[in-house]
Design a protein around this ligand. Structure first.
Ligand code: FO1
Length: 344
């Protein structure tokens, strides 16, 4: 059995850990021996202090490899900030984004390899030789794609609450997310470079050759949306014979984690489980939503995604067992939908 997942950062990584647990504990030998490929968002990537930082690739690699800081969901466990403190003492910006000492080793390996002309795929494979995440971890592309954000102007009276930000300018996604906590409204989010990017080796094949494709509850705009923006990926999802099953990142009108509502607002999409399914309407077969959202999602899907099967179930990934059960439910729904023609 070949399972392919598209993933963003923290939520995606935690779901994937549950997916691996559900597969490995399954009584079904096909599931137990499943090969999992993860296609990771790379549009959060940023170059800081000369180092190439790939937060989503690293969150998946550290989470599945046992090196993650469990509380934050990003960066290394038992981390220190000696280098970041020294950089701040030199007055080196940005000081709002902290690279931990252990984490810096990852960025050094990656940056050196990229500088030597190796691809991000090759650098990721090299880093995974240490972490053994139990999945084949692929960047969505080896080309540089970075989400940039057009900030709304910030009225003078409100600037103090937003770190003095005047707005009305374009910033890297990380500055909007980390420095401004996505609290300054975004007028637009653009995955710069995506239109000319080529899928990384193995990405399209992983979608085409999958028995199941899973969309974890990752941010639909800046995580999954950016993967879909790489030419060929969306077409591969439409064409694959595998059922495509997703988990809603929205419960009762609010994101399960993170600030997806600010991203959805920027593209004019309401923060509802049904509206998010609409973003995937052309390839999605099954959609897991919170029980209380099922009615709304079914009504929305009837208009935007006829044929989409919506199931209500507990979505909170509150502990490893709940997360594995959620992932198991996604696999069960995929098994139920296998071989069925897509209506949309
Ligand atoms: N998030 C923060 O809120 N503050 C940070 O200083 C920070 C540093 C950081 C370093 C490496 C890394 O891989 C991730 C880091 N993140 C940090 C998380 C990251 O900004 C976002 O949560 C993701 O890009 C969104 O998926």
């Amino acid at each position: 059995m070949r399972v392919t997942a598209l993933a963003g950062g923290v939520g995606g990584a935690r779901f994937l850990r549950g997916l691996l647990a559900a597969l490995r504990a399954s009584p079904d030998p096909a599931r137990r021996d499943a090969v999992v490929t993860v296609v990771s968002n790379t549009a959060d990537d940023v170059t800081l202090h000369g180092l190439r930082v790939c937060p989503d690739l690293d969150s998946v690699m550290y989470t599945l490899g046992g090196g993650i800081d469990e509380q934050r969901g990003w960066g290394r466990s038992q981390e220190t900030s000696g280098v970041a403190d020294e950089l701040a003492a030199y007055g080196q910006e940005p000081t709002w984004f902290t690279l931990g000492d252990k984490d810096i080793a990852t960025h050094l390996v990656r940056t050196r390899m990229l500088r030597e002309g190796r691809t991000l795929s090759e650098a990721t494979a090299e880093l995974c030789r240490r972490w053994r995440p139990g999945v084949r971890l692929l960047p969505m592309t080896d080309d540089v794609v970075e989400t940039h954000v057009d900030l709304a102007p910030v009225p003078e009276a409100e600037r103090a609450a937003h770190d003095g930000e005047p707005g009305g300018r374009r910033v890297h996604f990380q500055e909007w997310w980390v420095r401004l906590h996505a609290a300054v409204p975004a007028l637009a989010l653009e995955p710069v470079g995506a239109a000319d990017a080529r899928p990384a080796p193995g990405v399209l094949e992983a979608v085409a050759g999958a028995d199941v494709v899973v969309l974890p509850p990752s941010n639909p705009v800046v995580s999954i949306g950016t993967v879909l923006a790489v030419p060929g990926v969306r077409e591969a999802l439409r064409a694959t014979a595998a059922p495509v099953v997703g988990v809603s990142p929205v419960i009762g009108g609010a994101p399960v984690r993170g600030m997806a509502d600010a991203c959805l607002a920027a593209i004019g999409v309401p923060t509802t489980a049904g509206a998010v399914a609409g973003l995937y309407a052309d390839f999605l077969d099954g959609w897991l939503v919170a029980e209380d959202d099922a009615e709304q999602a079914r009504a929305a899907a009837a208009a935007s995604a006829p044929g989409l099967v919506v199931r209500g179930r507990p979505l909170l990934m509150s502990d490893p067992r709940a997360t594995a059960e959620l992932a198991g439910a996604a696999l069960d729904l995929a098994a139920e939908l296998a071989g069925r023609e897509r209506a949309a």
